[in-house]
Design a protein around this ligand. Structure first.
Ligand SMILES: C[S@@+](CC[C@H](N)C(=O)[O-])C[C@H]1O[C@@H](n2cnc3c(N)ncnc32)[C@H](O)[C@@H]1O
Length: 192
C-alpha cells in the first residue's frame, strides 16, 4: 500500500528517532507518532489464528490485563470491540476526516454480515490501527501488512477503504514461497 494522498501537513513535533515503544500500538500511535512523519510501516500483527502462543509476557499485574489480552490471538466480542466499533461509527471521526466514508460503511456492512463476533472484533481492532498507520505515514510512505489467509481478504477490504479511499494505491501482494514442488503455477503476485 502506498499512502499517496493529499493530506494537508499539520505542524507536529518530529518523531523521536531510534526509540522502541513498549505497549499497545494503538496507544503509541495515537499519543507518540505525529501525522505524515513515517516513511515505511511494516506490521506482523495477530492473524486471528485463534492461538495464544504470541504472548510475550505473562507476569504483569492486573493493571496490564488489557495489554496482555491484545497479545493473544483469540478474539471475542467484548468491551474493547464495542468501544472500537463505537469509535469507527462515531460521526465525529468521519466529519473530522479521520475516517473515510468507505471505512465506516465497510465496517457497518461487515457488522450486518458477520454479526458481532470474533472476526468482527478482530477487524475492528485492526481497522483502528490501520487508520492510525495511514495518518502517520507520509504521502510518499508505504505500508506492508503481513498476514495469512485466515483474514487476509477482509483486511484487504479494510486497507482499500482506508488507503484507496484517500488516494493511496494497492501495489502488490507478496507471497512467501516456502518450497518448490510439482504442479507449480505462475502466480501474478510477487514471491519470495
Ligand atoms: C504474529 S506475531 C509476530 C511476532 C514477530 N513479528 C515475530 O516474527 O516473531 C504478532 C505480534 O504482535 C504483538 N501484538 C499483538 N497485539 C499488539 C498490540 N495491540 N500492540 C503491539 N503489539 C501487539 C504480539 O505480542 C505478537 O508479538
Amino acid at each position: 500500500m502506498a499512502a499517496n494522498r493529499p493530506t494537508p501537513p499539520r505542524p507536529s513535533p518530529p518523531n523521536p528517532a531510534n526509540r522502541l515503544f513498549y505497549g499497545d500500538n494503538l496507544d503509541v500511535l495515537r499519543s507518540k507518532i505525529a501525522d505524515n512523519s513515517v516513511d515505511l510501516c511494516y506490521i506482523d500483527p495477530p492473524f486471528n489464528s485463534k492461538r495464544n502462543n504470541f504472548q510475550i509476557y505473562n507476569n504483569q499485574g492486573s493493571e496490564d490485563r488489557a495489554q496482555a489480552q491484545a497479545f493473544v490471538d483469540t478474539w471475542e466480542w467484548g468491551d474493547e470491540a464495542v468501544a472500537g466499533l463505537d469509535w469507527i461509527t462515531d460521526i465525529a471521526q468521519l466529519q473530522s476526516g479521520r475516517l473515510t466514508e468507505q471505512t465506516v460503511e465497510l465496517i457497518r456492512g461487515l457488522e450486518k454480515v458477520l454479526k458481532r463476533g470474533a472476526l468482527l472484533a478482530y477487524l475492528v481492532h485492526m481497522t483502528q490501527r490501520i487508520v492510525e498507520i495511514h495518518r502517520v505515514l507520509k504521502p510518499t510512505g508505504s505500508f506492508y501488512l503481513h498476514c495469512d489467509p485466515t483474514a487476509s481478504h477482509y483486511l484487504k477490504l479494510v486497507l482499500d477503504a482506508v488507503f484507496c479511499g484517500q488516494g493511496g494505491d494497492f501495489l502488490n501482494e507478496i507471497i512467501w514461497k516456502r518450497k518448490t514442488g510439482r504442479g507449480e503455477t505462475n502466480h501474478k503476485s510477487s514471491r519470495f
